[in-house]
Write a protein that binds this ligand. Sequence first.
Ligand code: GDP
Length: 194
Amino acid sequence: MANLKQERTFVLIKPDGVKKGLIGEVIKRFEQRDLKIVALEMFEPSRDMIDNHYPKYDAWIERVGGKTLSTYAKYGVDPIEALGTDDAHKIGTMVRGWLLDFMTSAPLVRMVVEGAHAVDVVRKIAGPTLPYAAEVGTIRGDFSIDSPAIANSEKRAVANILHASETPQEAEHEIKHWFGANAGFSYKRFGIDE
Ligand code: GDP
């Protein structure tokens, strides 16, 4: 059986996280929760690398477009007036394009985080995708207030500080994509591994 303490996940600090000076804060929140940083690097991504990072299949694009439609419904914004369409796929495609612009606008920090239930715990520490709805105490809830309504009106991606893998399968794929096979160092944390 795999070592349960060695689940790995992938984290990318986005341009707003880097430009707000939150690199240390993000790392601190993982380390204080007994998670281990096993790979870490600042770099400038190519548009192609970002394009291949985010899913291209219809269900993902429609899910992202659907988030915009539900916030619009909640706040009484007419999608046709705001974006020229109420089609989830078209809106999702628009958002994906803004995401590529945003993610290539500054250096990013990539890392691999390891520990018990790392995928779920890191997502919990990060908070949900949309900062205006994120609980206080999460990274997104403490350092951002952005929403699709605001971001879309400015024709840009929601600025939410970091990306973190959603499932162990996605984590494995993303670690390979950003670090290659055999990524990550091995060391023992006091109080956890020894
Ligand atoms: P994540 O896994 O929590 O990052 O969220 P998703 O995979 O659903 O979306 C990817 C990224 O697209 C998010 O982190 C946001 O930066 C951006 N995004 C998601 N939904 C919207 C939206 O409705 N409008 C805009 N402008 N950006 C969005």
